[in-house]
Design a protein around this ligand. Sequence first.
Ligand code: NDP
Length: 818
Amino acid sequence: MSVKEIFETMEYGPAPEAAAPGLAWIQERTPFNLFINNQWVKPASGQYIDSINPATGKRLAQVAAATSADVDAAVAAARAAFETWSKAPGHVRARYIYAIARHIQKHARLLAVLESLDNGKPIRETRDIDIPLVARHFYYHAGWAQLMESELPGYQSVGVVGQIIPWNFPLLMLAWKIAPALAMGNTVVLKPARYTSLTALKFAEIVQEIGLPPGVVNILTGEASQVGEALVQHPGINKIAFTGSTDVGRSIRRATAGSGKKLSLELGGKSPFIVFDDADLDSVVEGVVDAIWFNQGQVCCAGSRLLVQENIADRLIEKLRERMEHLRIGDPLDKAVDIGAIVSPGQLKEIQRLVNTGVEEGAVMWQPSWACPTEGYFFPPTLFTNVSPATTIAQVEIFGPVLVSMTFRTPAEAVELANNTRYGLAASVWSENINLALDVAPKLKAGTVWINCTNLFDATSGFGGYRESGFGREGGKEGLYEYVRPKWETLEAPAKEFHIAGESASTNGSKPAVSADEDREFEGGEQLLDGYTPMLPAIDRTPKMFIGGKQTRPDSGYSRDVYDPQGQVIGQVGEGNRKDIRNAVEAAHAAGGWAAGTTHNRAQILYYIAENLSVREDEFARRIVQQTGRSYADAAAEVQAAISRLFSYAAWADKYEGAVHRPPLRGVALAMPEAIGVIGMACPEEYPLLGFVSLVAPAIAMGNTIVVIPSQVAPLSATDCYQVLETSDLPAGVVNIVTGDRDLLSQVLAEHDDVDAMWYFGPAEGCKRVELASAGNMKRTWVSYGHPRDWMDTVQGEGEEFLREATQVKNVWVPYGE
Ligand code: NDP
C-alpha cells in the first residue's frame, strides 16, 4: 500500500502484540497443577481440563481439575495459616500486599498478554485497564492493612474465605477478592472460572515470589460442580465471596443458609444508560462504546439499556450506527482492535439465542455491514430499536455486545424506565445540566451511578448492587466490612439474666420517675384512687396491629394470649397473618417519601419519640416486669437504655455521612449511604422494649420504612409504643407492627418480593429459614444465628454495625473539567 493510498483510506494497519512470551510461559508449565500451601500439587483426581483461546478455538493449556479432596487440603492449609496471618501486625500484612502490587507491575505485560489469550479481550483493555486496576487494588489495600488497627478497632478477621470468581475480568476479580481479604487478616481459597485460570496461576507464582507465608492464598482450578460447590459447603470456610450469575448466586444463598457463613454476592445487571436531550451527543456515542462494547459487553455493569429522550433519539441512533460501522473486531492481541472474542462457544450461542428472541419479539435489529472473523468466537456489535420495556431483551442480562434502546419524555419517566428491572448494579446519566443529573442519580436503584461517564472503577469507591444484583460492596472502606466481624462476637456469651445495679436505672444523674432501688414487684389491677381502693376491674386494653399509622384488627380475627412468667394470661395481641404482612409492606412502601426527607427532620422525630417515651417511663417499666418477671430496677434500666438508644440514633441521623473519594481522574466519586428501602424485622425475645427500639431506631434514622414483628413472648411493650409513635409526628407507614407467630410472619416477610432486607434475631433454625426464603429476590439479610447479644451493652446493642446494616452505599461519579 502506498503512502498516498494510506492517506486516502486512513485504514488502520495491524499492530500486533507479541504472543510469544505468554505462550512460552504457558508451554513451560502446562499442565498446571493446583496451588496449595505455596506448593504446586497434582489434583487428587489426576484429571486436567483444557483452557481454550477464544480467538482461535484452539487449546492453550491444561489446568488441574480439583475435587473435594483438594478443597479439604486447601482449606486445611488456609486454616493453619490463619492462626499466624490474622495475628500478624497490620504493618507486616501491608508489606506483603505492597510487594504483591509491585510484582503485578513488574509482570504487567505478561499478565496482560495472558489475559487476552485466555479470555479473548483486547490487549488495549487488559494492558490499560485490567492490570493497572489490579495493581491499584493491592496498593490501596496495603494501606488498609496498615490502618486496620486504628481505623477498625472493634473488628477482627473473619477466618478462611472461599472466593469464586467469573471469567469476564479474571485477574481483576481475583484482586477485588484477595486484596481486602488479606488486608483484614483472612486467608483464602480461590476458585477461578474454568475458562480463565491462567492469570490466577501466574498470580500464584507471584505469591511464591514475594514469599507470602504458605497457606495464606490457595488457588484451585477446576469445575463448578467439583470445586465451587465443595467450597460453598465446606465447614472449614467462614465466608463465601462470589461474583457471577444471579442464578448461581441464589443457589449459593440457599446452600449457605443457616451455616453462619458470611456471604457477599456480586451478581448480574441490566444497567440503564440515560441520555437527556441536552447531553453532548458525541461524548454520549463514545460513552455507549465504553458502556456496552467494552469487553464485548461481558460486563456485569454494562450499560445495556440505552434510554434516550424522545426528541433526540433519531439523531443519536444515527450517530451510533455510524460509529458502530467503524468499530474494529478481531485478534485480541492487535492493539488497534476494539472488540475481541466472546469467552466460549456456549456464551456465543446464548447471545445469539437472545438476539433471535429480540427479533421474534418484534424489535428492530441492526448490525454493521462488515463480517466477523470466522475462526474463534466472535459476535458483532448489535443495536436494537423499537424495543418495548417488558420484552425479554429489555429485561434479561444478555452479557454480550448487544444494546437495546428505548425512549422517554420526562425525567420522571426516565427514572421509572431505568428502575424497571430486577437488577440494580449501575447506571449512567448524561446531561449537561448537572442539577438534573444530580437530581436523578439518587432516584436510581443502583449501587453506582456515573454522571457523563461510564464503567469507571477505582479501589477507593465501593462497587456492588441493589436488589437481584446482590449485596455487599467491593472496594472502598465499605468493602472492608465484608471481611471482618465485631470482636465481641468471640467473647463469652452474656449471662441469660442481666442484673443491672440499681443506679444504672438513672442515667446522667437525672432522677428516675420511680426510685430504681425500690426493686418492687408489679401488682396489676389494684390502683389507688384518691386514697380509696375501688373494687373496679381494670379497663380492658386491646393492642391491635399498627399498620399505615392506624391501629387495625388482625385479618385472621384471632388473638393470641400473652402470659406472664407464672403462666397467667396478661393480655391478648392480634394473630397476624400473610394478609396483615402484605398490608404492612404496602403501607411501608407508601411511606417511601421518608427517605427523601431531611436527616434533621428524622433526628427531630427520634428525639421526640424518646421524649414521649420518657414521660411514660414508669408505665413501660411496669409492663416489662409484668411480662418478664424481672425486677423493677432492671426493667427501669431497660427503659432508660431504650431512651438513650433513641437519643443515639437521633444523633446519628444527621451524622452518618458518606465520603468524597478522589479516584485517579479529574473528578470525584460521592459515596452516599442510602436507605435500603423496606426492611422486615423480627425482634429478639429478650428485652421486649430495648430489643424493639434497638432495631427500629437505626432503621428509621437512616430513612428506611419497616415492618416489625415484636418479641413473640413479650409483645406488649411494642404494642404500647403505638401511642408513643402516634404522638411523635412519625409519618404513617414508617413503622408498621404486626404481632403473632414470629417464625411464620418472618417467613412471609423474607419471601416477600417487595421487602428489600430482612433482619432476624432469634434461634439458629429461624435464621436458616430466613436466609433460605430470602433467596427469591436476593434480599439482604442480617441474622443472629442464635447467638445472644447483650442489648444493654452499647458496643453490642447499638452503633455503626446497625447503621451499616440499615444502609447501602451508592457511589456517584462526577467528572469535571472541559
Ligand atoms: P456462573 O455464575 O455460572 O460462574 C461464575 C463462577 O461461579 C465460576 O467460577 C463458576 O465456575 C462458579 N460456579 C458456577 N456454578 C457454581 C455453583 N453451583 N457453586 C459454586 N460455584 C459455581 O457464570 P457463567 O460463567 O456460567 O456465566 C453465565 C451467565 O452469568 C453469563 O451469561 C452472565 O449473564 C452471568 N455472569 C455475570 C457475571 C458478573 O460479573 N455479574 C460474571 C460472569 C457471568 P465454572 O467456571 O467452573 O463454571
